[in-house]
Design a protein. Structure first.
Length: 113
């Protein structure tokens, strides 16, 4: 299976940012630590918030004791979302390049009067 280059670049940038946020969260006080950790998994938080709003559920999908309610699980969910965003941006850029190259090409046959 070939992975998309744009998606992998987006994942690398996200991983570096998340590692920086979680790393700095480990050396700060509790309130700042919670804020920085929340910022590190922001894409998954947005996804689950939208999911709850669309489904009409007021209950969170995971219990507090579940392993799915951990920083690692939210990081992996965010990584998947960031990959999909990078893949979509890469596909859009490639489609724009194809359209731009199509406009530059000359027609195969001349217009006949």
């Amino acid at each position: 299976m070939r992975l998309n280059r744009g998606g992998l670049i987006a994942c690398a940038v996200y991983t570096l940012c998340a590692a920086g946020l979680v790393g700095s969260a480990s050396v700060t006080d509790v309130k700042t630590s919670v804020m920085l950790s929340s910022l590190a998994v922001f894409p998954a938080g947005i996804f689950w918030s939208v999911w709850a709003a669309v489904s009409g559920s007021e209950r969170f999908p995971f219990s507090v004791e579940s392993w799915l309610n951990s920083l690692l699980a939210y990081y992996l969910e965010s990584l998947l979302l960031i990959y999909l965003i990078g893949w979509a941006a890469s596909a859009r850029t490639a489609a724009g390049e194809r359209l731009r190259n199509k406009e530059v090409r000359l027609p195969d046959r001349p217009d006949v009067d």
